[in-house]
Unconditional design. Structure first.
Ligand code: PEP
Length: 257
């Protein structure tokens, strides 16, 4: 059986300045250490302005928490005012870069071609892209969620060879579940995560598909994560709101307790 180490990643969105970020990571780290917990990979995804502080804290205290950025430029350097290059994030010790979060797709017009370019840029900088996909409520109601998500997977992975694709994390985040308190049922999460894995096997091979982590995201909390994690194709969670509360996020990381 494939052994995929679960990943619990906290997307802070536009919350926490660099000082607040330090306080939050310190509280998290204390609670995780108490539990001597290394059964899952834990990561925080702060705003760009807090990454340096988070790096300093995590390095100094050897906290064993990964971190990353919420976005990455598709370009390597140059005249792109306001953008942040993958190499800059790698230099800060980032492991991960979110790509194509639904809020980026919605408010910044990121389509699958942009997502594809950003996934490539992240990989080129040795970052692990966490590529987000997911359908809106209208698509779900029409029963077209699987086709919609698989089209996003196809588009996001276009012309990415297997030796690169195997490094990617995919996050299934139904838009109707993000920030709404309406978590997908474990069956709904499993259906789409399994379909994503099957598509990876089609695009590449079964071995690669068995190794890529597929996360669920959308209103994950301490009291619903364990049910989601019983599902064979759900390999962790991308957590928004609950990642701002250290007690709640640690509960999610310790879902097996
Ligand atoms: C997210 O933004 O990735 C997310 C899953 O948010 P929330 O947990 O708040 O629904």
């Amino acid at each position: 059986a494939p052994s995929r180490k679960p990943l619990m990643a906290g997307n802070w969105k536009m919350n926490n300045n660099h000082l607040e970020a330090i306080a939050l990571v310190q509280k998290m780290a204390f609670a995780l250490k108490e539990a001597d917990y290394d059964a899952v990979d834990v990561a925080v995804i702060p705003p760009f302005t807090a990454i340096r502080s988070v790096q300093t804290l995590i390095d100094a205290d050897k906290l064993g928490i990964g971190y990353g950025a919420q976005d990455v430029s598709q370009h390597t350097s140059g005249a792109y005012t306001g953008e942040i290059a993958g190499s800059m994030l790698a230099k800060l010790g980032c492991t991960y870069a979110l790509v194509g979060h639904s809020e980026r797709r919605q408010y910044h017009a990121e389509d699958d071609a942009v997502v594809n370019a950003k996934v490539k840029a992240a990989l080129a900088a040795d970052l692990t892209p966490i590529m987000c996909v997911g359908e809106g409520l209208d698509v779900r109601k029409a029963g077209e969620h699987v086709a919609h998500v698989l089209a996003q997977v196809d588009g996001g992975l276009e012309k990415i060879p297997a030796d690169q694709a195997e490094k990617i994390v995919i996050a299934y985040e139904p838009v109707w579940a993000i920030g709404t308190g309406e978590v997908a049922t474990k069956e709904d999460a499993q259906e789409v995560c399994a379909a994503i894995r099957t598509r990876l096997a089609e695009l590449y091979d079964g071995n690669l598909a068995d190794r890529v982590r597929v996360l669920y995201g959308g209103s994950v909390k301490g009291n619903n994560v364990a049910a989601l994690m019983t599902q064979p194709d759900v390999d962790g969670a991308l957590v928004g709101g609950a990642s701002l509360d250290p007690g709640e996020f640690v509960k999610i990381c310790r879902y097996r307790d």
